[in-house]
Ligand binder design. Structure first.
Ligand SMILES: [Zn+2]
Length: 185
């Protein structure tokens, strides 16, 4: 082995270790449930590293095919960090929820959002309705756990595990019907 090869190997090892130092093991919320109402069954048409999930922002995303207007539920509790269209990221109409552990969940290509910025959200709240907005060619929900820079991170759902392409999944996320307290800021 040449000196150059071993230098590369050491550099790779250091970067590899840094990744696990920088990314906490439990970055995603620990109580994630599928982002649609319990009992409904949808197909994952694009999984982690799937066809359109080929850049770091989307590596760990999932696309669930669903009819336009389907209810989209919060996968975990938190506070609405953003809702609407940025116009620059291809996600179209989107909702981003910030969770207590500092991570965010992203719900994209919606037809409409049903929340306002700063709103406290319970798991199971209807946060919007699925659609086909932004960089999307078929009605679907794009879901990912992200950081504040929109980088995607590995995650697993309590009810449906880690969905794979062409798998069908039944949610156990009970739609929340209670009153939402407004947030004073
Ligand atoms: Zn996607």
């Amino acid at each position: 082995m040449s000196g150059l090869d071993s230098t590369y190997m050491v550099a790779f090892f250091v970067v590899f270790c840094l990744f696990f130092l920088v990314v906490p093991a439990s970055y995603a919320p620990s109580d994630l449930l599928a982002p649609w109402p319990a009992g409904l069954r949808y197909e994952c048409v694009n999984g982690n590293f799937g066809a359109t999930h080929d850049i770091p922002f989307t590596y760990y995303a999932w696309d669930f095919e669903m009819p336009i207007g389907s209810e989209v539920l919060a996968a975990s509790r938190g506070r609405v960090d953003f809702c609407g269209v940025t116009g620059t990221d291809g996600y179209g109409e989107q909702v981003r929820i910030k969770h207590p552990n500092g991570s965010y969940t992203l719900y994209a290509h919606l037809s409409a959002h049903a929340v306002y910025r700063g709103q406290q959200i319970r798991r199971g709240d209807v946060i919007g309705f699925s659609g086909n907005t932004g960089y999307s060619f078929t009605p679907h929900l794009h879901f990912a756990v992200i950081d504040r820079g929109n980088l995607s991170y590995p995650a697993a759902f309590l009810d449906i595990g880690i969905p794979v392409e062409n798998g069908w999944y039944v949610s156990k996320n009970r739609r929340y019907h209670g009153r939402i307290e407004p947030v004073s800021r």
